[in-house]
Design a binder for this molecule. Structure first.
Ligand SMILES: Cc1cc2nc3c(=O)[nH]c(=O)nc-3n(C[C@H](O)[C@H](O)[C@H](O)COP(=O)(O)OP(=O)(O)OC[C@H]3O[C@@H](n4cnc5c(N)ncnc54)[C@H](O)[C@@H]3O)c2cc1C
Length: 210
C-alpha cells in the first residue's frame, strides 16, 4: 500500500497499538522504546518532550515534508533531549507485512527505526453545530468556528440556561480539555445530577402550590 496516496496503511498498525493517537491512553506502552511523532507543530514538540520525560523514549519527530512550526524555546529543549526532526516526506514503511511496524523510509534521509509512532496532526473538528445554532458561548477565539469547543461551567451547563454539553465538544475555562471516555462520563454525572435536582425542585414547587 502506498504511503503517499492513501492513509490506509496506518490502520493495521493502529489496530495493533503501534501507531498511537493518545498519549494519555497509550503512552505507557512505549516505555524505553524508540518512538516517532508524526507532526510538525508545537503540539508535536510537546508530545515528543512528554514521551522523553515520562517514558524515557528516544524520540524522532517526522514532519512528512512539512516545515516545522516549532518555537525556538521548544527546539532548544528538543535538542537537549536529542530529539531529531526529520522533515523529508515519508515514502515507505519498514514492516513485517501488516503485523509489525519497524520504521519509515525517506527519499534521502536514512531509514528511521521506531517501534511506535504517535499521531499529532491536530484537531479534526468539534461537534458544535447545535450549540452554535442556539448561540451558546464558544471557547478558542483564535480557531475557526468548526474547531471551537463549547464553553461549559463546572456542572456542564453552557451559557444558555438548561443547555448542557459533556464530552469532547465541551471545555471548561479552569481545565484543559480531557477528551477521555471516563472524563466524559464524570462530566455527564455532574450534568445529570444538576438537571435532576432542577426537575425535582420544580416538582416540589408544584406539589406545594396544589
Ligand atoms: C483513535 C482514538 C483512540 C482513543 N482512545 C481512548 C482511550 O483509550 N481511552 C479513552 O478514555 N478515550 C479514548 N479516546 C477518546 C474518546 O474516544 C472520546 O473522549 C470519547 O469518545 C468522547 O465521547 P463523546 O460522546 O464526547 O464524543 P464522540 O464519541 O465523538 O461521539 C459524538 C457522536 O455524536 C455524533 N454527532 C456529531 N454531530 C452530530 C449531530 N449534529 N447530530 C447527531 N449526531 C451528531 C457523532 O457522529 C458521534 O457519534 C480515543 C479517541 C480516538 C479518536
Amino acid at each position: 500500500m502506498s504511503v503517499k496516496t492513501s492513509p490506509r496503511w496506518i490502520y493495521p498498525f493502529a489496530n495493533r497499538e503501534q501507531i498511537l493517537y493518545c498519549i494519555r491512553c497509550e503512552g505507557h506502552l512505549t516505555r524505553d522504546e524508540q518512538v516517532g511523532v508524526l507532526g510538525y507543530t508545537n503540539m508535536a514538540a510537546e508530545l515528543a518532550m512528554m514521551l522523553y520525560e515520562r517514558y524515557q523514549n528516544k524520540v524522532v519527530i517526522l514532519t512528512n515534508g512539512e516545515l516545522p512550526e516549532i518555537s525556538e524555546s521548544r527546539k532548544k529543549i528538543l535538542d537537549l533531549y536529542s530529539v531529531e526532526i526529520v522533515t523529508e516526506p515519508i515514502v515507505g514503511i519498514l514492516s513485517e507485512g501488516v503485523k509489525q511496524l519497524h520504521g519509515f523510509t525517506f527519499p534521502c534521509h536514512e531509514p528511521v527505526n521506531v517501534k511506535f509512532a504517535l499521531v499529532s496532526l491536530g484537531l479534526h473538528r468539534v461537534y458544535n453545530e447545535l450549540a452554535r445554532q442556539v448561540g451558546a458561548r464558544l471557547m478558542d477565539e483564535d480557531q475557526p468556528a468548526e474547531k471551537r469547543h463549547i464553553w461549559i461551567n463546572h456542572k456542564g451547563e453552557t451559557s444558555i440556561r438548561n443547555l448542557f454539553v459533556v464530552g469532547d465538544a465541551a471545555k471548561r475555562e479552569d481545565e484543559t480539555v480531557m477528551k477521555q471516555v471516563y472524563t466524559a462520563q464524570e462530566y455527564a454525572v455532574r450534568a445529570v445530577d444538576t438537571i435532576d435536582s432542577r426537575r425535582r425542585r420544580i416538582m416540589r414547587e408544584e406539589v406545594l402550590n396544589k
